[in-house]
Design a protein around this ligand. Structure first.
Ligand code: GAL
Length: 396
């Protein structure tokens, strides 16, 4: 038998080990390079919160409006509640200069964007803009196609913290390819810009979004109607596996306070978005919102569900006709549970603790009433209004 420790065999082993390392290095070099993660995951560790101009103001945006909104975010308490971004949507841009630089509407934004960004920052808030990956924005303003790097550099020079990138006039273009250009440009800019992909679910952005942006729209546009809001919100089941800290499914911005839904319907809107760990971008005129709207948008216990550090998107655990139960696991081991009635009359819903893996004896808190319901055994039954919700926190 040969002694395995003989010097001759030892050097053979060394050479073969070196060869293996060399082969591995060559194979690694030949493999396609791993796609980098999105540019700034830390900027969206929890779902982004803020305000966006589109749902209420459409193209009617201006320097004056944005300054007043920034003031109102602070004076109404929205900032303290967690809303940080003040985002201008479509229509701030009018043309391109000879060198390709984007031109800001000089009538609506006479000071340009940098002083406006500075103003928003001076309030302790963050500033966002909108563009389009195609040739034009949906409102036919210049798109960023073939200006991806130039535009991101411009935004970074203004101090932009958030960019929403739409998908109009993008015929023949591939969303994952085009959006990756912005991701790389953001990384190059060195600024931690939150990247919001807005291509309405085209080509399943949840499959490539997590390695590209911080959030991606999953559907077409929301409107201020219960039917549209609920179709979008309740269709998110199954997408939960794609979301997590730094990268979120986006079922579109909030319509809360715009007047098209009833009180219970807005409670459903906010509850569902919180359970979905959805970005919370208010879309109303917060300069003049009612106390009712404030109490929904700023309920700290509901916001805490949305912003929970575990970063798990909730999902449907039960349904029967128009009744649905959705659950979101939370960092402290408890669960947020939404009992939703999509029907046209008040109905009872029974939450069976077994079904959500809760102990047979569990503590319940009603998050809209902001009241402890006490310890319950095995199940809890609530009457839920038409189009309404009972939002609970269930813990040991
Ligand atoms: C849509 C987008 C809306 C809004 C609008 C502006 O494509 O989904 O959220 O940004 O364009 O034109």
């Amino acid at each position: 038998m040969v002694n395995p420790n003989t010097p001759a065999l030892g050097s053979c082993r060394l050479i073969s080990a070196l060869l293996s390392v060399l082969v591995l290095a060559l194979v690694a070099a030949a493999l396609p390079r791993a796609t980098p993660a999105q540019a700034t995951p830390a900027a969206a560790a929890t779902p982004p919160m803020g305000w966006n101009s589109w749902n209420k103001f459409g193209c009617n945006v201006s320097d004056k409006l944005i300054r007043e909104i920034a003031d109102a975010v602070v004076s109404t308490g929205m900032k303290d509640a967690g809303y940080r971004f003040v985002n201008i949507d479509d229509c701030w841009q009018v043309s391109r200069a000879a060198d390709g630089a984007i031109v800001v509407d000089p009538e609506r934004f006479p000071n340009g964007m940098k002083p406006l960004a500075d103003y928003v920052h001076s309030k302790g808030l963050k500033f966002g803009v909108y563009t389009d990956a195609g040739r034009m924005t949906c409102e036919k303003r210049p798109g960023s196609y073939e200006h991806e790097v130039q535009d991101i550099q411009t935004y970074a020079s203004w101090g932009v913290d958030y960019v929403k990138i739409d998908w109009c006039y993008a015929e023949g273009l591939e969303p994952p390819v085009q959006y990756a250009k912005f991701r790389d440009a953001i990384a190059q800019s060195g600024r931690p810009i939150v990247f919001s992909i807005c291509n309405w679910g085209v080509k399943a952005p949840w499959t490539w979004g997590p390695r590209t942006g911080n959030l991606w729209r999953t559907t077409g546009d929301i409107s201020d109607h219960y039917d549209r809001m609920s179709v979008i919100g309740f269709s998110q089941d199954g997408l939960e596996k794609f979301a997590g800290p730094g990268h979120w499914n986006d079922p579109d911005m909030l319509e809360l306070g715009n007047g098209g839904m009833k009180h219970d319907e807005y409670l459903t809107h906010m509850s569902l978005w919180a359970i979905l760990a959805a970005p919370l971008l208010a879309g109303n005129d917060i300069r003049s919102m009612s106390d009712e709207t404030k109490s929904i948008l700023m309920n700290p216990e509901v916001i805490a569900i949305d912003q929970d550090a575990k970063g798990v998107q909730g999902h449907r655990v039960w349904d029967e006709g128009p009744l649905e139960i959705w659950v979101k696991p939370l960092a402290d081991g408890s669960q947020a549970v939404g009992l939703f009635n999509r029907g046209e009359s008040p109905l009872q819903i029974t939450l069976d603790f077994n079904k959500i893996g809760a102990p047979s004896s569990a503590k319940l808190r009603d998050l809209w009433q902001r009241k402890d319901l006490g310890t319950m055994k095995n199940s809890y039954t609530a009457e839920v209004p038409k189009h309404g919700v009972v939002l609970l926190k269930v813990s040991k």
